[in-house]
Design a protein around this ligand. Structure first.
Ligand SMILES: [Zn+2]
Ligand SMILES: [Zn+2]
Length: 236
């Protein structure tokens, strides 16, 4: 019997009689705005794409969505900082969808303190969802992410771990070769150390979309990133 071509494409190949599951994920990473924060669009169902961290240049995000025929199903904010949330208003005009963020970052996110020209204050969206906690699953459009609460850069920072697809959207917790600052309001060195331990426990082949800069993998960072090789954030 011929295998279904769709299943072969989506699920990879058999290894020693076991089906080695390789889930595919469609995604685009766009560095946007003066701080070049990475906005990610991830999707399985084109009618329900995830937009993570729409920080600036809504025209670029909406242009990409239109070009690929995508509708949004969800917006997720990895943390409160202006360079990750400032295009939110424009995105919600086009796609009035739920906006998910950790409760501990909400007050700062939409306050007048969270500005740095040319970034302006972002109004609190009516569709804000703040009941998700560490370990919870977040599902939309055929994709499911486990929330990993990673305070340290901000109190309510979190990472999205797409376990089946081996993908982590890390916000400003982890960068290629570095980690997020802990000296901004709400930063906490000890919390950052604990958060990085959680990320070190993920599979080495987990691809990481960082909040700024290039993508990496957990395995690469465990080998080359001084903060993951044993150095604590407070020790540097
Ligand atoms: Zn940032
Ligand atoms: Zn940040």
């Amino acid at each position: 019997m011929r295998p279904c071509p769709l299943i072969r494409e989506r699920f990879g190949f058999p290894v020693k009689g076991l089906l080695f599951i390789l889930h595919r994920m469609n995604y685009e990473v766009m560095p946007l705005g003066p701080y070049q924060a990475n906005c990610s669009v991830l999707w399985d169902d084109p009618a329900q794409a995830w937009i993570v961290d729409p920080g600036a240049d809504s025209a670029a995000v909406l242009g990409f969505m239109a070009k690929r025929g995508l509708q949004a199903g969800l917006v997720v904010l990895t943390h409160c900082h202006f360079d990750h949330i400032s295009a939110l208003g424009d995105i919600l005009v086009k796609f009035p969808v739920p906006v998910v963020m950790h409760a501990d970052d909400v007050d700062f996110a939409f306050s007048s303190y969270n500005v740095m020209p040319p970034y302006r204050q972002t109004p609190r969206p009516a569709s804000l969802v703040t009941d998700k906690r560490d370990g919870d699953a977040l599902s939309c459009g055929g994709l499911t992410a486990r929330i990993i609460h990673t305070p340290g850069h901000t109190p309510g920072g979190w990472c999205l771990f797409f376990e089946k697809e081996r993908m982590l959207v890390a916000g400003d917790t982890l960068f290629a070769g570095s980690v997020g600052r802990t000296d901004l309001p709400g930063g906490d060195e000890a919390a950052m150390d604990a958060s990085l331990k959680k990320l070190k426990a993920l599979p080495d082949d987990t691809r990481v979309i960082c909040g700024h800069g290039p993508q990496t993998t957990i395995g690469t960072e465990k080998q080359t990133n001084p903060y993951l090789r044993g150095g604590s954030v407070g020790g540097w």
